[in-house]
Design a protein around this ligand. Structure first.
Ligand code: PLP
Length: 375
């Protein structure tokens, strides 16, 4: 059995090494490092794959969120609804732009934004809502879109963990990131579609927004050396785009591999009340960026130590929710508790999941975990 890793990028690389090495050498040979044909081609291929009109590559998923918030015209002091139970980048860019993150609860089953709590926090200053498709499953976008219509909110989907996930809603089946005004994603190496460095992209079906997003990502430039807005410098490089094009061709297989690993875990743990396996929502497929369980009456530290002594890594996404982070207290001071979020942070645990899991590894992980429960 190969050593177990949370994400095994090396085995995946060895499988596509020939293609990747050639593609990277071709870029070196072209010396077209920034922009370049792979960046252009990746945009078109992603547009076709996702069924989204515009895909604008950028430097990382955090930039993608920032550029999205800038493009919808948020002004300092505007309030932005976002789950506290997310990776910090979502809240960070809101705060960086002088906007106010308003922390919203999540659904305890699906880990995505709780629409009733979001509704109760809307004020005259609320400008946008940023649902996060956490762990690989879409938030309930029918609810998000109807709330946004009712209160005239912009919708930015943080799709960093859910690229390729499909949402079935009132408007039919759509790709994660293609439902709201703007979708954003990350190509960080460990993401479901990851490059070999940093990368990200912004999605929209709105032609006008696409123009603004492109300009903002390129120094607010309208034509060369003319800057009608204050923008940022955020680009994907040609080498990363070359790697992503190769992996995009395999993204469906990669998702299937992750789903098979998740099914193995689900079956193994089905009869143990101490483990709540991830629930599948009726409105979304799950691409299992993470396999995250909720533990009942289990000491999480002890379990992690037990797994670790059997050479099984595990991780907590995320041990401290945004509203409890020291740097974010000014936005939480005096606000109502987020008891579901706090409870989840204390109980979730994620097991290794990636595109190259072996049966022997899965058996070792599940039997070790069950051994711990039955001790
Ligand atoms: C990874 C991630 C980001 C940030 O992406 P980077 O490319 O690392 O900047 C944002 N939001 C979520 C939910 C993420 O998981």
């Amino acid at each position: 059995m190969k050593p177990i890793q949370l994400v095994d990028l090396r085995t995946q690389y060895l499988d596509i090494k020939q293609d990747v090495d050639k593609a990277i050498l071709d870029v070196l040979d072209s010396t077209s490092f920034i922009g370049g044909e792979n960046v252009q081609a990746l945009s078109l291929e992603l547009q076709a794959y996702l069924g989204i009109r515009h895909v604008i590559p950028c430097a990382n998923g955090t930039d993608a969120l920032q550029i999205a918030l800038m493009a919808v015209g948020c002004k300092p002091g505007d309030e932005i609804l976002t789950p506290s139970f997310t990776y910090i980048a979502t809240c960070e860019v809101i705060a960086l732009l002088g906007l106010k993150p308003v922390f919203v609860e999540v659904d305890p089953d699906f880990f995505t934004i709780d629409i009733d709590d979001a509704r109760s926090k809307i004020t005259s200053k609320t400008k946008a809502i940023v649902p996060v498709h956490l762990y690989g499953q879409c938030a309930n976008m029918d609810q998000v879109m109807s709330l946004s219509k009712e209160f005239d909110l912009k919708v930015i989907e943080d799709t960093a963990q859910a690229i390729g996930s499909k949402h079935t809603g009132e408007d039919g089946v759509k790709s994660a990131g293609g439902i709201g005004d703007i979708g954003t994603t990350s190509f960080f190496p460990s993401k479901n579609l990851g490059c070999y460095g940093d990368g990200g992209a912004i999605f929209t079906n709105n032609d006008e927004l696409a123009v603004s997003l492109k300009r903002i990502a390129n120094h607010g430039q309208t034509k060369r050396y003319y800057h009608d807005y204050i923008g940022v410098n955020s680009r994907l490089d040609n080498i990363q785009a070359a790697v992503l094009r190769i992996k995009l061709k395999r993204l469906n297989t990669y998702a299937k591999n992750r789903q098979e690993a998740a099914n193995f875990y689900n079956d193994a743990f089905a009869s143990f009340t101490q483990i709540e396996t991830p629930k599948i929502s009726p409105w979304s497929t799950h691409v299992y960026h993470q396999y995250t369980m909720k533990l009942n009456d289990i000491d999480r530290n002890q379990l992690q130590e037990y797994l670790s002594s059997a050479a099984i890594p595990s991780n907590i996404y995320y041990p401290v929710p945004a509203h409890r982070q020291k740097g974010y207290q000014e936005f939480f001071a005096g606000k109502a508790e987020l008891s579901i979020t706090d409870d989840l942070s204390a109980r979730v645990l994620s097991l290794p999941i990636h595109t190259e899991m072996e049966q022997a590894q899965l058996k070792h992980i599940t039997s070790t975990l069950i051994e711990f429960i039955e001790k």
